[in-house]
Design a binder for this molecule. Structure first.
Ligand code: GLU
Length: 909
């Protein structure tokens, strides 16, 4: 393209030089129709014609026929075109609106006179009826393709289009069709008559929209943006795309200093040398014109003259162009007189390709529509509009601002900013420190420390305030409105919202969140069971009453059974005098008393010094031992479980169990993420729980966690409250009667919320991550959960797990049993003592009192370790004495013999 252009230029220069040398310049009459208010365009047009006429090496000189017409008078415009053609014109420029231009286009089509138009035409005339028209304004379809590409590059997920006239819809058609595929939400709103657009702006603000495409004239664009600033629709969270190609020509005053992201599109590059030159030439004719404010239409008109000039040169080069007078009324082939050179000239003009017009590269398609141009993508900054990228229909290139550039820009801005941070009261996240104080001194809590840490890292200032309705933020589907903290962000009242605010899908679609600073899950807060005083004989509880009865029966039964079989078993009949190999009688030690003693001893795991010798008695005893082993071990195991259960006793241990029962009611915070978890869950148990909660009266949807905690405490085990684990942890460490039941139902996190697309999100998120890695978040948690505001430290469930000691009340029954046993033993010992006294009195012929006295005296002599068998011998006769001595000697000898026999037996074994 470039080489052919250079070649053509060289040929033209050659012809020009030849003609100039010959001194033969041809007059070319040019027609121009302008509206009354288009004086500046007319000046530009004439200036450029003059410039081209005055060219040192020019082939032609141009004479102009200028007409003015009102914008609505298309009839007159047509008449003027006919007048011009009758007077001879090689081309007609203008007029600058569709109403008037279309009739001129059709006359030119009939008379075969080239026609150039420079205005935007949403519905260009039928190609077949406007074959002589060349349109300098970028073609509607290509332009809308450009808008669509740009928007795609900007990655807007949802946006609202505000447009002034219906033409805009054609311009933005590409966006509307292309974005169907990108899962975007598009709202289209037409601007009202004006000049007050505040109501519409407020409506869009209420919808939470942050991305606006504004298609309006430059003046209306400025007015809309000024009013947007007033209603709080500007700022760093808002992004505007101005699609009018002249949007950059007006001064935006204060708006330039706003942090909002306003981008516009333009055809003119103010830094282009040609633009500088043209503006310089025009500056003494048009006051106040600058490169930045040069309107697109003027630049297009300027380029249009150039295009015509180049086309004319090429046509002349091919064959001399002769301009004839053509009448609209004369009949020709189609009923019209036609210019014979017209079509040829038109084709040359249409084929002109310019690389450096004021409006960028220029090229037309076969229908005379401009298909080559460059769109500059510019951003409004304090110094004016700054180019950030370009788009053209061939390369489609959008060099967007790099991520680092954007980040650097906002890092600088964040330092001068005081963030308004919304929160709500809830321990230990955000609490009132001193109600009478001002500003941040009023509050304290975990999130204040967190924001303080982040602010110190990044270097911004902050100011906390309480959200007026005290809510977290839930969406009312009927009213289509958010409340609480989310509303504050959507209304741009707050830059950040932080508390125990859970990151949820719904909220994420309305606002942005940082990385989670705390991970939590839903669990159940419940009252610890109030311990019942244990029963006196609670040690018997591990075995049921029936088992005790059966065991006692078995004990007695086995003892009696042993007694019977021991009497039958020959081996248990023993020689009472082992030294006598042929005893006259045998003795059986298994009287009923001994059998009971054996059973009891083995049952109590104590054993017994008497053991059976026969096989049958041994089998029976072994079976009893086995039975005793199982029963005692089961008792011990059950006792442990019983004691543990007693501590842990609660009617449910998980959400599923809670759902199954009806005695304990349960609830959640109204409008909180916990409630929404149950409401939106697909899990049948949670769905059922949600229905139960909805139908429970009085309502179980409580205003905040504190109300829930109070209700759990007061309901005496009849109310459980679903709360987030970190809050449960905080409460159970301070209120020992409360506990967490079961595990977590889900896993999620608390995040710092901010308006959608907040430019500060990345920086704040990075800082949260850094604080987490540095361990600062855990330190903060430790501080607010374990150290601050602790009156009574409960130690949680861990202590309970280790503290297994039993209270006296739990073992009192055993003591009672011991005392009863000892008392019985004492009673029996007194009876035995008295019986012995009676025996002594009878044997020694003493009175009861004497015997009692002497026995009692002897009993209380605790240092006296031996008792004479015949303590009263001296007090009776000497005969008896001798007899008793002899008897005692005999008894001693016999016991000696029995001992001797035992040793012998043992040695044998
Ligand atoms: N953290 C919850 C939220 O952000 C509120 C408390 C709850 O629902 O348990 O919605």
């Amino acid at each position: 393209m470039v080489s052919s252009t250079i070649f053509k230029i060289l040929v033209i220069v050659f012809i020009c030089c030849t003609c100039y040398c010959l001194g033969d310049r041809k007059e070319i009459p040019i027609g121009g129709i302008f509206h009354h208010d288009n004086t500046n365009s007319k000046i530009t047009f004439l200036q450029q014609l003059q410039k081209r006429s005055n060219l040192y090496d020019g082939l032609f000189y141009f004479t102009s026929k200028i007409y003015e017409v009102s914008r609505l008078d298309s009839f007159k415009a047509g008449k003027m075109a006919c007048n011009m053609t009758e007077e001879r014109v090689a081309i007609i420029f203008g007029p600058q609106n569709r109403e008037c231009s279309s009739i001129v286009s059709s006359i030119c089509h009939n008379l075969k006179i080239p026609h150039i138009q420079t205005h935007w035409d949403a519905t260009p005339p039928d190609d077949k009826l406007s074959t002589m028209t060349i349109s300098m304004y970028p073609d509607a379809d290509v332009l809308s393709e450009g808008y669509a590409d740009i928007l795609k590059a900007m990655e807007w997920k949802s946006f609202t289009i505000m447009y002034e006239t219906d033409d805009a819809l054609k311009r933005l058609q590409g966006i509307l069709t292309a974005h169907k595929t990108y899962d975007t939400t598009i709202t289209v709103r037409q601007l009202n008559e004006g000049p007050d657009y505040r109501a519409l702006l407020k409506e869009i603000k209420a919808s939470g929209e942050t991305h606006i495409i504004l298609d309006a004239s430059p003046e209306v664009t400025r007015e809309v943006l000024t009013q947007a600033l007033e209603v709080g629709m500007l700022g760093e969270y808002m992004q505007y795309l101005l699609t009018n190609l002249d949007a950059h020509t007006v001064d935006y005053g204060q708006i330039k200093y706003d942090m909002s992201n306003i981008t516009a599109l333009r055809l003119i590059n103010p830094h282009n040398r040609n633009v500088n030159r043209v503006v310089f030439d025009l500056s003494d004719k048009i006051s106040g014109i600058t490169e930045a404010t040069l309107p697109t239409e003027m630049a297009l008109l300027y380029d249009a003259v150039d295009v015509f000039y180049h086309g004319l040169m090429m046509a002349e080069l091919n064959q001399s162009v002769r301009v004839d007078s053509i009448s609209c009324e004369d009949g020709g082939e189609d009923g019209f007189d036609q210019w014979s050179d017209g079509e040829r000239l038109y084709n040359y003009i249409r084929e002109v390709q310019l690389d450096d017009g004021l409006t960028g590269p220029i090229q037309f398609d076969e229908n005379g529509r401009r298909t080559v141009f460059t769109l500059e993508f510019v951003e409004l900054v304090a110094e004016g509009f700054k180019q950030i990228s370009t788009w053209d229909p061939i390369h489609h290139v959008i060099n967007n601002k790099t991520y680092d550039e954007t980040l650097a820009q906002y890092s600088a801005a964040i330092r001068n900013k005081t963030f308004r941070v919304a929160s709500r009261l809830g321990a230990p996240y955000f609490m009132m420190a001193n109600e009478s104080a001002e500003g941040n001194a009023r509050y304290r809590g975990y999130v204040m420390d967190l924001i303080d840490e982040i602010a110190r890292h990044i270097g911004f200032k902050y100011e906390f305030y309480l959200v007026p309705d005290g809510n977290y933020g839930s969406y009312d589907k009927a009213k289509k409105k958010w409340d609480g903290l989310i509303k504050e962000l959507l209304d741009r009242n707050a830059d950040l919202a932080v508390c125990d605010l859970t990151i949820t899908f719904d909220r994420r679609s309305a606002v942005d969140f940082t990385m989670p600073f705390m991970t939590i899950g839903i669990s159940i807060l419940f009252r610890k069971p109030i311990p019942k005083p244990p029963a006196l004989f609670s040690f018997m509880a591990p075995l049921s009453f029936g088992v005790w009865v059966y065991t006692a029966t078995a004990f007695l039964g086995v003892s009696f059974f042993l007694y019977i079989i021991a009497r039958m078993c020959p081996k248990d009949w023993e020689n009472p005098h082992p030294c006598n190999p042929e005893p006259e009688e045998l003795e059986n030690i298994w009287c009923l008393k001994n059998c009971i003693w054996l059973s009891l001893g083995s049952f109590m795991c104590q054993g017994c010094d008497l053991l059976p010798k026969g096989s049958s008695t041994r089998i029976a005893t072994a079976c009893w031992w086995f039975f005793a082993l199982i029963v005692t071990q089961s008792y011990c195991a059950n006792l442990t479980a019983f004691l543990t259960n007693e501590r842990m006793d609660s009617s449910f241990s998980s959400a599923e169990e809670l759902a199954k029962q009806t005695k304990v009611k349960y609830g959640v915070v109204a409008g909180g993420s916990t409630g929404n978890f149950f409401r939106d869950s697909n899990h049948s148990t949670y769905q059922k729980m949600w229905s139960t909660m909805e139908s429970t009266r009085p309502s179980v949807f409580l205003k905040n966690n504190n109300e829930g905690i109070e209700r759990v405490k007061n309901a005496e085990g009849n109310f459980a409250f679903f709360m987030e684990s970190s809050s449960i942890e905080y409460v159970t460490q301070r209120q020992c009667e409360l506990t967490m039941v079961g595990g977590k139902l889900d896993s999620k996190g608390y995040g710092i919320a901010m308006p959608f697309n907040s430019p500060y999100r990345t920086q704040i998120s990075k800082t949260v991550l850094k604080l987490q890695e540095e361990g600062k978040l855990s330190l903060l948690k430790k501080k607010w959960w374990e150290e601050m505001d602790v009156v009574e430290k409960c130690g949680g469930d861990k202590k309970d797990d280790t503290a297994n000691e039993m209270g006296f009340s739990q073992v009192a029954g055993v003591f009672v049993l011991l005392i009863a046993g000892c008392s019985t033993a004492f009673l029996i010992s007194i009876l035995e003592f008295l019986w012995n006294v009676r025996k002594v009195a009878v044997e020694n012929k003493l009175t009861y009192t004497q015997a009692l006295n002497s026995e009692f005296k002897f009993a209380i002599q605790i240092f006296n370790k031996s008792k004479p068998v015949k303590a009263y011998a001296s007090e009776s006769s000497s005969d008896g004495d001798n007899r008793s001595i002899a008897a005692s000697m005999l008894r001693g000898a016999s016991s000696f013999l029995r001992l001797d026999a035992m040793f012998e037996k043992e040695n044998r074994l």
